[in-house]
Design a protein around this ligand. Structure first.
Ligand SMILES: CC(C)(COP(=O)(O)OP(=O)(O)OC[C@H]1O[C@@H](n2cnc3c(N)ncnc32)[C@H](O)[C@@H]1OP(=O)(O)O)[C@@H](O)C(=O)NCCC(=O)NCCS
Length: 152
């Protein structure tokens, strides 16, 4: 993975230069670094300011899987979302076949809310996605005393 390449990668980096945490509709991207190299990232996108909703996503170079890096990055981003931004609900959607991803979701306390039939078209075939979510009070139950209201 490493640094994003090409026009899309440059556009994503340029966008991060002006994005402010909590800006709706644009991903705030947290780099996952190991030994000074970017090995993955975690994204938080506020989807509704009024409803205090967001989506979380993550990627990790598979060479660095299985060490807890992605789990800790997602947990950090969720904490930032609930505590600093005052989010009420964060959700995530992933291919049902990606067991490592949905196990990660459950490790950080996200709840499986449903299965989206043919939610994605991947390499020429329809695949189902799982929908996971967590609410601020559920986060607070796992991390007492942290949720105090926020910027949204
Ligand atoms: C899904 C993916 C992003 C993350 O999965 P992962 O590597 O299992 O996640 P983590 O980096 O958090 O590692 C978790 C593992 O480290 C272990 N671990 C070690 N120290 C840990 C710690 N301090 N905290 C949490 N977990 C820890 C966990 O027990 C777990 O091991 P297990 O699978 O044997 O139970 C990645 O593996 C993957 O598939 N990458 C390929 C492509 C990609 O980025 N896909 C994303 C699609 S949504």
């Amino acid at each position: 993975m490493g640094r994003p390449h090409g026009r899309a990668g440059r556009a994503a980096l340029d966008e991060q230069a002006w994005v402010s945490p909590g800006d709706p509709g644009v991903a705030l991207i947290l780099a996952i670094e190991l030994g000074g190299k970017v090995v993955g990232d975690c994204q938080l996108t506020v989807t509704s300011v009024g409803d205090r909703q967001a989506e979380v996503g993550f990627r990790l170079n598979p060479r660095f899987a299985g060490r807890g890096l992605a789990t800790r990055a997602v947990a950090a981003v969720l904490g930032f979302g609930y505590v600093q931004l005052g989010l009420h609900r964060v959700e995530a959607v992933m291919d049902v076949r990606n067991e490592r991803s949905w196990r990660l979701m459950e490790r950080v306390g996200m709840r499986r809310e449903g299965r989206i039939i043919h939610g994605s078209f991947v390499r020429g075939e329809w695949v189902d996605d799982y929908l996971y979510a967590m609410l601020d009070f559920e986060w607070n139950q796992r991390h007492p005393g942290l949720v105090e209201g926020g910027a949204l």
